[in-house]
Design a protein around this ligand. Structure first.
Ligand code: CO
Length: 210
């Protein structure tokens, strides 16, 4: 019990030594500030570490993670991260990255009660309702979950574009691209869903705000 926990601190000491060996000014440079180009919105799943799978280093990616990489427009945590990333850090790309085999998405497809989390899963169920014609037509349950993971990411990209934070950035001609990706835990490959949104013209007029 104690051993597995203390391992983290001893790992940290080894990591510091390793970093300083490669660059004696490593921490001094990082301490000066961050200018990340990317905001990552991913799943909390421990198997999807944003930096590791994209080869990005500390300082290169601003990260927000929650169950099933959701963009819920009343979530103060997500909105604060988004606002800081866009308005202050001026990131150029926002990546919503889902992953196949996502427990949150699988749970949202079922009827079982899990407790408090059911209220979060409801947002994912809403995505199912929007795409139920396509999803219900997929006979293989595994393929249906895979597609659900993909359409969920697409909807979250779309929801990002509906926020005033993103739309105001576009209005002031700030370059900001929204991307939807899915990571496959089975082979480590990230698939770009090619649903990139680069401006207001890509959004349904219904959601334009001025
Ligand atoms: Co997940």
């Amino acid at each position: 019990m104690e051993k597995s926990y203390k391992k983290l601190l001893s790992n940290n000491k080894k990591w510091v030594v390793k970093q300083l060996r490669m660059d004696p000014n490593y921490f001094e440079t990082l301490a000066k500030g961050q200018t990340p180009e990317y905001l990552w919105i991913g799943c909390s799943d421990s198997r999807v570490p944003a930096n590791e799978i994209t080869g990005t280093k500390p300082g290169e990616m601003f990260v927000h993670r929650n169950i099933a990489n959701m963009v819920v427009h009343s979530d103060m945590n997500m909105l604060s991260v988004l606002s800081y990333a866009v308005d202050v850090l001026k990131v150029k790309h926002i990546i919503v990255c889902g992953h196949y085999g996502c427990g949150g998405v699988i749970a949202a497809m079922g009827k079982k009660q899990y407790g408090l989390i059911d209220n979060w899963l409801r947002h994912i169920k809403d995505v199912y309702r929007l795409h139920h014609n396509e999803l219900d037509s997929i006979a293989d349950p595994e393929q249906r979950v895979r597609r659900f993971v993909e359409v969920n990411v697409m909807e979250q990209v779309n929801d990002l574009g509906k926020t005033t934070i993103v739309q105001n950035a576009w209005q002031r001609k700030q370059e900001l691209h929204l991307h939807g990706w899915v990571y496959d835990i089975h082979d480590g490959i990230i698939k770009d869903l090619n649903v990139t949104v680069t401006g207001l013209e890509d959004m349904n007029a219904m959601f334009h705000v001025s």
